[in-house]
Design a protein around this ligand. Structure first.
Ligand code: SF4
Length: 500
């Protein structure tokens, strides 16, 4: 039986944390290939439950923080030259290199190796994994797929070292490629065209699972200016609720998982016919599991009924897509998925359902093209004033998105910019007058506000809070003033003027 090795390579970055990371795309491909008769092996460099890794770390269990999230093992490595001025350690996160090599050497020689990829600027980890495979088996074909291979196809062809680069959704493409490399002829006209006809991701390839992840849909019907969902996942489609429930049941009952993260980009779309139905069924069978939504939820869709269902169904991690307090940006760049009013309404609905102050997080985007420091501070203050923790998301220009194009037009990047320079850890696009340390201060202020919140202290006067936050920055850093006025209907406890 032909043997296919699947590899989820390391993350190479200044920081990384395991918020329920699993290579779902690769696991879907693994399931398809398995069903087609291939023998499949998996090396997931980011699997913190790997028995050999735990032995290496002299641990019985991974050091988890909350809900089985935790820090990856890391090895500090030399920084790519491009990062020479960044005053931080650069590391390879995941399996130690020696362990990766040992795993390769103990495997039966594969007929094909499929490597996936995550963020575009993690490509050094991809390169190294492919290089290691080459050292072990110089004549085995290697194919690369995943996000980097999709968004930076030409770069991946030139620099990854793979023999084949597969972009976009790849279940069928991978099967066709592997078949042709193994000399197998097959009819593809019956290959599933709907998500429900695909086999579930091959989580059974893991010896041990701490948590699982699931997709109830793919893609997103909206198109925000910074987001690559459409390019990576294709048009929006959703699965039958029954199929999703059976998959969840399988993870909990057969694979003994008790934490599950939804990876959907648009989990709440059509929720009365989709997520609500799933959750009603989950509640009816009393599944003992916690749920998490690491991707942001669309605030305008969080009505009382779904908030209540999510609370009852044990959604423990709720992240809201707030992004910015600037109404213009909400309207034109964020597909109207959120407004200041709908954010407050969503938060109130979640509180009414049972969530407490400090249990909700909201994404606040910083360093967007054309965004002033003041806009960022307003956004942070507004989120904090609702009793919600601030989760900063630094903008990264993603090829193919509207903001990427804008950044090129504004001369901030070029078509040939090395993906390493789009790493959000280095704040790729900084407003005039700001520098790397400006953003360190923003991070510290956000952490401080979150801590205050957890201590029970909420600053409800948004304008005064912005004024206080601004004191930490120089006149040059503050730069231009934003015209942000928070609508009166949502500012019960706040002043209405910006008091610049
Ligand atoms: S709603 Fe979310 S997933 Fe959809 S386009 Fe906007 S950012 Fe992307």
């Amino acid at each position: 039986m032909p043997h296919v090795l699947l590899i989820n390579p390391w993350i190479t970055d200044f920081a990384a944390y395991d918020f329920w990371l699993k290579p779902l795309g690769l696991l879907y491909i693994g399931a398809v290939l398995k069903e087609a008769g291939y023998e499949i092996s998996l090396i997931d460099c980011l699997d913190r439950y790997d028995e050999e890794l735990l032995e290496y770390q002299q641990l019985r269990e991974p050091r988890n923080r909350f809900f089985k999230t935790g820090k990856f093992h890391r090895e500090i490595i030399e920084k790519p030259h491009i990062y020479r001025d960044v005053p931080r350690n650069y590391a390879r996160y995941g399996l130690p290199l020696s362990l990766f090599r040992s795993k390769l050497s103990h495997l039966r020689k594969p007929d094909v190796v499929l490597v996936t990829s995550g963020m575009t600027y993690w490509y050094p980890g991809v390169q190294q994994a492919i290089n290691e495979i080459r050292q072990q088996w110089p004549d085995v074909p290697v194919a690369l797929g995943g996000i980097y291979a999709t968004l930076c196809r030409e770069h991946a062809i030139q620099h990854s070292g793979a023999d084949f680069v597969v972009s976009g959704e790849a279940e069928l493409k991978a099967l066709q490629l592997v078949d042709s490399l193994c000399g197998i002829k097959r009819e593809y006209k019956n290959f599933p065209t709907s998500l429900d006809a695909l086999p579930w991701p091959a989580f059974d390839l893991y010896d041990r699972l701490g948590f699982a992840t699931i997709l109830t849909s793919r893609g997103c019907p909206l198109s925000c200016s910074f987001c690559a969902s459409r390019i990576v996942s294709g048009p929006y489609r959703w699965r039958y609720p029954e199929n999703v429930v059976h998959e969840l049941e399988y993870y909990v009952k057969k694979l003994c998982v008790d934490e599950i993260a939804f990876y959907d980009d648009a989990l709440l779309t059509n929720y009365r016919r989709h997520l609500s139905v799933i959750l009603e069924k989950i509640l009816a069978i009393n599944l003992p599991v916690n749920f998490h939504t690491p991707n942001g939820l669309q605030c305008k869709l969080i009505q009382e009924d779904i908030a209540e269902l999510m609370y009852r169904a044990n959604f423990k991690t709720i992240r809201l897509s707030y992004e910015s307090a600037n109404p213009e940006r909400q309207k034109f760049d964020m597909s109207k998925k959120v407004s200041n009013e709908s954010f407050v309404r969503a938060v109130n609905n979640l509180y009414k359902a049972g969530y407490k102050t400090g249990e909700l997080d909201a994404y606040v985007m910083i360093a967007l093209p054309g965004q002033t420091l003041e806009e960022m501070l307003w956004s942070m203050a507004f989120v904090h004033a609702q009793g919600v923790k601030i989760r900063l998301a630094t903008f990264s220009p993603i090829p193919g998105t509207m903001d990427y194009q804008r950044a090129i037009e504004q001369g901030l990047i070029t078509e040939n910019t090395d993906p390493l320079l789009t790493n959000n850890s280095i704040v790729p696009i900084k407003p005039k007058g700001t520098n790397y340390h400006t953003f360190e201060k923003i991070n510290l202020l956000a952490k401080g506000l979150n801590q205050e919140l957890l201590n029970g202290q909420i600053y409800k006067d948004v304008a005064s809070l912005v004024k206080y936050l601004k004191r930490h920055f120089t006149h040059e850093e503050i730069g231009g003033q934003s015209n942000i006025t928070i609508p009166s209907l949502v500012t019960r406890n706040t002043q209405l003027t910006t008091n610049n």
